[in-house]
Design a protein. Structure first.
Length: 698
């Protein structure tokens, strides 16, 4: 039987995906202008144009959301109403900034039609039956126009399967274990800090990923802990979709895009790339930054080819977004800007036009991408230790792996080595490039991708000798290089297949092969791609989802969530170890177990508003006792002290239960016991909880 916790995770994931599609895809389609269609791509312009629109909207809304949430939190007015107002003001501002100005004529036309219909309805001149038939015919015509072909449906199902498997692998650990890692506890505290209008709770740290999640939390009303659990799957699926989009653009082939996306989304769990996969204690914010990396380069190369300002604006917004999410990945994104210039000069159509605009945009990304860090520094905040390393700093075993990463690249990651060997393929023309003559953007993008991967690999290999091992030989840099390797392998496969397809097509024209064979070509490609994926699944090493090191029992996290659901905010208190505090922030009170034992005796403890020093002034008190102290790296140093505290809590609860009748066992298993003390609610001054600050509450 599926547990209630798993059902909660699945429902939360569904809710997050639905709201992400509404906020980042559906609404922008109606309120933001579409980017120019540009050049056709290998006979599949329609599909890539739609992907361009989707990713343009995702990048723009992601950029605006990060900026708006930062500003609202700094102003101390962040909530659902202010965020919605921020989006509305943004929409009005963008309307005024359009070249055509505010579309007053369109608004007047809609208003006139509405008034005319109202007057006709009052005079009973509206033929409702005819009106319904017209609307029904219009709806059927729209459905026919939007209905995809069989080819598109099959390719869409294949991509959906890859995304679904990728998300499942990333949520597998979450669905089996509710407890957080130490890094996740910090992330939870920072995410809840945004809800409480607090920025840089523990110091200056990249908050971009948490502002995006906080925006989703504002609309979904999900608990921050549950949102953080399902964010791993969302970011993983988003990154897989980004790889698919970039490879599709650079190669013009859906089969190459599907295989490249599956390499990152699925086969990294076979331990075939260094630094991947990213597990729950490492995914945020690194993987969210990786999701914006490749689309940003697509927009940049399109600007260098087409010289449309909108593409430079999208590249600017994407780079700023990456810098605010993860500075190290942002540095890699800026390196792509530098390497895209010679690539477009040699392989594209850029001849130095727009250099000033590029320079100003690059300087602007650095300034805006670091502005909130500067504001935090001016506010007296200190940097979080080693901010560039982010989540890779948590465990000593990752440090040990970092020391041997150069050897790992050559010996333990054969697919990474194959990707390096495939780089020359990206420097050549594609099989359809010479025939189309319009693939400058894709060519420049392929070369940029190859140069960045080659430069990243060289930096990692040389880092030990240069003394840069803490940054360039880190697990984070290996993950970035491996993502680029997945993209390179996908594009290289597309290059080879495009050459073969071009030769087969020319052979067919000279040998007069049946024309219906050409119409079946997309289905043949899909069948071949599915066969390759099936072979890879059979032949690859087993897919392994390693459990991250936890900081507590799963039952504790689950039961605290139940407590939050059962009671009103701030009507309950939890007594226990410090790892429980991030779960409780913003919803209830927390009291450290040692402080509780020092200040409350079981024989004198009571609930009396006239004598608040004798009791905890909330209706419900939950005391969480660990029968077996949870052993984790974070608790190893104080294991004896923690064991003493848990034994003291156990004895306190036994003594209190013998002399009072308002204590029950809320939950108990082999590892923990949760005792519930219920005080009948007595009238107190509204909105006041007496004695909270004086007695150690947080």
């Amino acid at each position: 039987m599926v547990s209630s916790y798993v059902i909660r995770v699945l429902l939360a994931a569904t809710k997050v995906v639905a709201w992400f599609c509404i906020i980042f895809i559906l609404l922008p389609r109606h309120i933001l202008s579409a980017p120019p269609q540009g050049l056709s791509v290998s006979g599949r312009a329609g599909k890539i144009k739609r992907e361009n629109r989707v990713w343009a909207d995702v990048v723009r809304i992601g950029f605006y959301t990060i900026i708006i949430v930062h500003l609202l939190v700094l102003a101390g007015i962040y909530d659902l109403l202010s965020l919605t107002a921020g989006y509305a003001l943004l929409y009005l501002l963008l309307l005024f900034l359009r070249p055509e100005g505010l579309p007053r004529a369109g608004m007047e036309r809609v208003f006139t039609r509405f008034v005319t219909f109202g007057l006709d309805a009052l005079e009973r001149r509206v033929r409702y039956g005819e009106l319904v038939r017209q609307r029904w015919n219009s709806l059927k015509a729209w459905i026919r126009r939007q209905t995809p072909s069989l080819d598109q449906i099959l390719w869409g199902l294949a991509l959906f399967w890859v995304l679904l498997v990728s998300i499942y692998l990333r949520l597998y650990e979450t669905m089996n274990h509710a407890a957080f890692t130490p890094a996740s506890y910090s992330h939870l505290k920072w995410l809840k800090g945004l809800t409480r209008r607090e920025l840089y709770v523990d110091g200056i740290y990249p908050y971009g990923a948490f502002t995006l999640l906080s925006g989703l939390k504002t609309f979904t009303f999900l608990d921050e802990a549950m949102l953080l659990r399902v964010a791993q799957g969302l970011t993983g699926g988003l990154t897989v979709a980004a790889i698919h989009f970039a490879i599709h653009h650079f190669s013009g082939r859906r089969d190459a895009a599907l295989l490249g996306a599956s390499l990152y989304g699925i086969f990294t769990f076979a331990q075939t790339f260094p630094g991947l996969p990213l597990y729950p204690n490492e995914a945020l914010p690194l993987e969210m930054a990786l999701a914006f990396l490749l689309p940003t380069w697509v927009f940049l190369t399109r600007y260098l080819t087409e010289r449309e300002p909108v593409w430079l604006g999208l590249a600017f917004q994407g780079t700023v977004t990456v810098l605010l999410i993860h500075p190290l990945v942002g540095a890699v994104t800026l390196a792509g800007w530098v390497l895209a210039l010679p690539a477009s000069l040699i392989y594209g159509r850029w001849r130095g036009h727009g250099t000033l605009q590029m320079t100003l945009a690059a300087v602007g990304t650095v300034i805006l991408g670091n502005i909130f860090y500067v504001i935090g520094h001016l506010g007296g905040r200190e940097l979080v230790e080693n901010p560039l390393a982010l989540t890779g700093q948590m465990w000593e075993r990752w440090i040990e792996e970092t020391a041997r990463l150069p050897d790992t690249l050559a010996s333990e990651a054969p697919l990474f080595f194959v990707a390096l060997l495939a780089i020359p393929l990206l420097l050549l023309l594609g099989g359809d490039d010479d025939a189309q003559g319009a693939r400058y953007s894709a060519r420049a993008g392929r070369v940029t991708l190859a140069l960045v991967l080659l430069g990243t690999a060289i930096l990692i290999e040389a880092s030990q000798q240069l003394g840069w091992s803490k940054v360039f030989a880190s697990r984070i840099m290996a993950a970035v290089a491996s993502l680029l390797a997945c993209a390179v392998l996908g594009v290289a496969y597309g290059m080879v297949v495009s050459w073969v397809s071009a030769r087969v097509r020319r052979f067919g024209e000279t040998r007069f092969l049946p024309k219906n064979l050409t119409s079946l070509h997309p289905l043949i490609n899909l069948g071949a791609t599915i066969a390759i994926l099936s072979t890879m699944l059979v032949a690859s090493p087993p897919l392994m989802v390693k459990g991250a090191s936890k900081a507590g029992y799963d039952a504790v996290a689950i039961k605290i969530y139940d407590i939050k659901e059962e009671h009103l905010a701030y009507t309950w208190t939890v007594v226990g170890v410090g790892e429980m505090l991030p779960h409780i922030l913003g919803r209830g009170w927390y009291l450290n177990g040692e402080y509780f034992l020092q200040n409350y005796a079981p024989d004198t403890y009571c609930y009396d508003p006239e004598q608040p020093e004798l009791g905890i002034p909330t209706e419900h008190v939950y005391i969480i006792v660990e029968k077996n102290v949870y052993a984790a790296p974070s608790t190893a140093k104080g294991l004896y002290q923690r064991d003493t505290m848990e034994q003291g809590l156990w004895d306190w609860c036994k003594a209190y239960g013998q002399s009072h009748d308002n204590m029950t066992i809320y939950y108990e298993d082999n590892d923990i016991a949760i005792y519930h003390i219920h005080h009948p609610l007595l009238p107190v001054e509204p909105g006041v909880v007496p004695g909270v600050k004086e007695r150690g509450y947080e």
